[in-house]
Design a protein around this ligand. Structure first.
Ligand code: NAD
Length: 433
């Protein structure tokens, strides 16, 4: 059995972790594994295997600061499971990156790739550093050296990083360049989320918001709610929130509230979302354009049909879950609902469509980017968006089937789909213990 010595997680009971509002990513990922496994007739040895990452790489990354001194940072790459294909997941630069966080988020990526039926397994990594304290040149040196330290464990057939908190397309371009230089050949497929000029995909940036909009449309259709009679409140007006808001607005929904870190714009008649700059276009400007400002807490409990938390994690909690007035919650952010809030919303029959489905457009278009890279072909934006729609509909259908047949929540249905696919692959290949 694998050692758990590096983890302070007590996995002995599901209830213990479920009772906590402040679950770590690893606790959440494991709780969801046990929860889905309880609904399925799968070999308990496979569940035991999936509790642990395959490998966790810890490296030290020295960089020369602009003042000539050398500083050493710690970086990680946690590779959870690769039974369905190469590892896939982001690299983040954040002061609170830890080994356990990378393991938990890597597991989360395994479930997300499997929900979308992508031929990838999960991984996550990062460097414990505050990127705001690095100059651009320092960030480039950090990225190139980190790429070198990970060179043996990443690659288009092994593990394919992508941008995450504190990293962006430029970071991926440096990483791809450093890797390619050392390999002696241009290898665009080593990372996704690159600028299109070096093999990035059209539509990658908008993809998570687009998938949130597609899933919102499908869930409204399922509950017989025409989009043009549907009101929506969206927390966060960044990459995910603004793209979802504008698409749903285009498709006929009435967006009554949008927000950023400073507060929310509220207009019961509907907001013209194109006229409000997104976080990328003008950071934190939503309230500047609002006639009627309410708080983010008020936004979460507005009497709307659909609530889309698309800013940050743990915003729906035991404190406000009773007051959520929306009938449908579509998770745009990662982990916006605590486990206690999730139980309260389930008891109240509020449908919560989980993040691993709703915002999976990002990793899905990353998969398209990887396909384009290894085939040396670029797809049009139209093709990317069409194929994304097809993949989202297929994932939705698979989850809907479990939801209807098993009488479980949408979240459980998504994890059941993911775990069945992973378990079947392990069953077919064998664990080789
Ligand atoms: P972003 O930085 O582009 O935008 C974040 C938005 O949230 C901004 O409008 C910001 O003002 C707002 N915000 C920040 N703190 C807030 C607070 N306390 N209250 C209300 N609003 C606040 O970020 P993003 O890329 O849109 O990511 C949003 C969420 O979606 C995160 O949970 C992220 O992990 C998740 N996500 C992002 C992607 C992606 O590829 N962009 C993919 C999947 C999931």
């Amino acid at each position: 059995m694998a050692s758990t010595s590096n983890s302070n997680l007590d996995t002995s009971t599901d209830e213990k972790v479920a009772s906590s509002e402040s679950e770590s990513a690893l606790e959440t990922a494991r709780r969801q594994l046990y929860h889905a496994a309880a609904h399925l007739d799968i070999d308990s040895n496979i569940v035991e295997r999936l509790k642990y990452p395959k490998k966790v790489h810890e490296v030290t990354v020295p960089i020369k600061r602009d003042d000539g001194t050398v500083e050493v940072f710690t970086g990680y790459r946690a590779q959870h499971d690769s039974v369905r294909g190469p590892h896939k997941g982001g690299l983040r630069y954040h002061p609170e990156v830890t080994r356990d966080e990378c393991v938990g988020l890597g597991m989360w990526m395994t479930w997300k790739c499997a929900v979308m039926d992508l031929p990838f397994g999960g991984a996550k990594g990062g460097v414990a550093v505050n990127p705001k304290e690095l100059s651009s040149a320092e960030k480039e040196r950090l990225t190139r050296r980190f790429a070198q330290e990970l060179r043996d464990v990443i690659g288009p057939n092994h593990d394919i990083p992508a941008p995450d908190m504190g990293t962006d397309p430029q970071t991926m371009a440096w990483l791809m360049d450093a890797y390619s230089m050392q390999e002696g050949e241009t290898t665009p497929g080593v990372v996704t989320g690159k600028p299109p000029v070096i093999g990035g995909s059209e539509g990658r940036e908008e993809a998570p918001g687009r998938s949130v909009a597609i899933i919102t449309q499908l869930v409204c259709e399922y509950y017989d709610r025409p989009l043009d009679e549907t009101t929506v409140a969206i927390q966060g007006y960044g990459s995910v929130g603004a793209n979802a808001a504008r698409l749903l607005d285009d498709w006929g929904a009435t967006i009554v509230a949008i927000s950023d870190v400073n507060g929310a714009m509220y207009d019961p008649e509907g907001i013209d979302t194109a006229s409000v700059p997104s976080h990328d276009e003008e950071p934190e400007a939503v309230t500047k354009y609002a006639d009627n400002v309410i708080s983010n807490d008020e936004l979460l409990t507005l009497d709307v049909d659909v609530l889309i938390p698309a800013a940050l994690g743990n915003v729906l909690t035991k404190e406000n879950a009773e007051a959520v007035a929306a009938d449908l919650v579509v998770e745009g952010a990662n982990g916006p609902t605590t486990s206690t809030a999730d139980s309260i919303l389930a008891e109240r029959d509020v449908a919560v469509i989980p993040d691993i489905l709703a915002n999976a457009g990002g990793v899905t278009v990353s998969y398209f980017e990887w396909l384009q890279d290894i085939n040396r072909r670029a797809w049009s934006l139209e093709r990317v968006n069409d194929e994304l729609e097809t993949e989202m509909q297929a994932a939705w259908r698979a989850i809907k089937t479990e939801f209807e047949q098993r009488d479980v929540t949408w979240r459980d249905a998504a994890y059941i789909v993911a775990l069945s696919r992973i378990a079947e692959a392990h069953e077919a290949r064998g664990l080789w213990p």
